[in-house]
Ligand binder design. Structure first.
Ligand SMILES: *[C@@H]1O[C@H](CO)[C@@H](O)[C@H](O)[C@H]1NC(C)=O
Ligand SMILES: *[C@@H]1O[C@H](CO)[C@@H](O)[C@H](O)[C@H]1NC(C)=O
Length: 339
């Protein structure tokens, strides 16, 4: 594996300092139109998602009646005590004739190529070994806004980006909109959540105002509690669509989010905490002794129980929404209009 010397923390996640850093593989659990956080009880939800994590993910996930670690029987992630759910919208390629083809996710080529799609998940502690407070049962949040269509709007969320992978280690040139040219290895979508919490609310009506970004390196007085930075990297396998003769004749790029966004600025992610007991807190408290799952199957964190990527690949969930998502579709699932 020639890439090993390149796998420093800096190559994997720019800006990461010493301090706890969990990095692990979560294989694809399900791709379907459900959103228990934003549209609980709705079958189907308006747009399509790719979901990873515990198999208790479902139409509704009411924190008052659902304890994820006891409801789930498996997880698609390598930390065996992590029954959280992590999800994002999905990507589609729009052909010249106006039909749409779903883009698959693939295991992160930096170490997690054995994963059956899904995404990489990080939990980053603050630099140094300052105190970080793990989430409480029932905690959930979203980041980003699917209605955004401009860079000016996206300034509200500073760390949601696209990286055009020329190689599996490309980490420069991140953009806030879809890449403008074909990407040899795929498009990596990076979604970083805020790191400050109000210390009281497990959720809020907009699923965002109970958390906040730090300013000048520290949490604001309204949101004084430092929480781990939850960070997703999803590698979209756009390589089957790299032939420029398939791209729009006006020079624009051909990818759209499943909610009809052709710009990329509507990038967003959803998180529902579901670690068992104090496992996440233990891992964060281990500091640099729990530095990450850099390569492949073994979680380099003695504080946690782990399983292999292959075991994660076997965790599945019965589909609730039955609709065709494969082949060339005349419209986006749910009839989402491109706009
Ligand atoms: C998921 O929700 C559906 C619809 O409410 C229900 O029929 C099904 O039993 C639930 N599945 C699990 C595993 O809880
Ligand atoms: C639309 O374009 C795609 C990609 O070029 C092609 O595979 C598909 O057969 C076309 N569908 C129709 C109905 O022309």
């Amino acid at each position: 594996m020639l890439l090993i010397p390149l796998l420093t923390a800096a190559a994997i996640a720019p800006g990461v300092n010493a301090g706890a850093m969990l990095r692990f593989s979560c294989s694809q659990l399900v791709v379907e139109r459900l959103d228990p956080l934003v549209n609980p009880g709705m079958i189907p939800s308006p747009h399509l998602h790719q979901v990873v994590g515990g198999n208790a993910f479902n139409v509704s996930m009411d924190p008052n009646s659902l304890d994820l670690p006891s409801a789930a029987t498996c997880t698609s992630c390598t930390p065996a005590e992590d029954f959280s759910n992590y999800w994002t919208a999905t990507l589609f390629f729009r052909a010249r004739n106006g039909t749409f083809h779903r883009v698959a996710t693939k295991g992160n080529p930096l170490g997690f190529g054995a994963a059956n799609g899904g995404q990489t998940v990080y939990y980053l502690g603050p630099s140094g070994n300052s105190k970080v407070t793990a989430f409480k049962p029932g905690f959930r949040m979203t980041v980003g806004d699917p209605t955004f269509r401009s860079d000016a709007q996206l300034k509200k969320y500073p760390m949601l980006t696209f990286t055009c992978l020329q190689t599996s280690t490309t980490r420069d040139g991140a953009t806030t909109s879809f890449p403008k040219a074909p990407c040899k290895v795929g498009i990596m979508v990076s979604i970083r959540f805020p790191t400050c919490w109000d210390g009281k609310n497990l959720d809020s009506p907009d699923h965002q105002s109970h958390v906040a970004y730090p300013s000048s390196g520290s949490c604001p007085s309204t949101h004084p509690v430092t929480i781990p930075q939850v960070f997703y990297e999803t590698v979209w396998d756009t390589t089957p669509f790299n032939d420029k003769s398939l791209w729009p004749t006006d020079g624009s790029q051909p990818f759209v989010w499943s909610f009809g966004d052709p710009t990329g600025y509507g990038i967003h992610g959803d998180y529902v905490f579901g670690w068992k007991g104090d496992a996440l807190q233990r891992a964060m408290d281990s500091g640099s002794n729990c530095n990450s799952d850099l390569l492949g199957n073994s979680l380099n964190c003695p504080a946690l129980k782990s399983q292999t990527i292959q075991q994660g690949n076997q965790c599945s969930k019965r589909q609730v929404v039955n609709e065709n998502l494969d082949g060339w579709l005349t419209e986006l699932p749910g009839g989402m209009k491109v706009a």
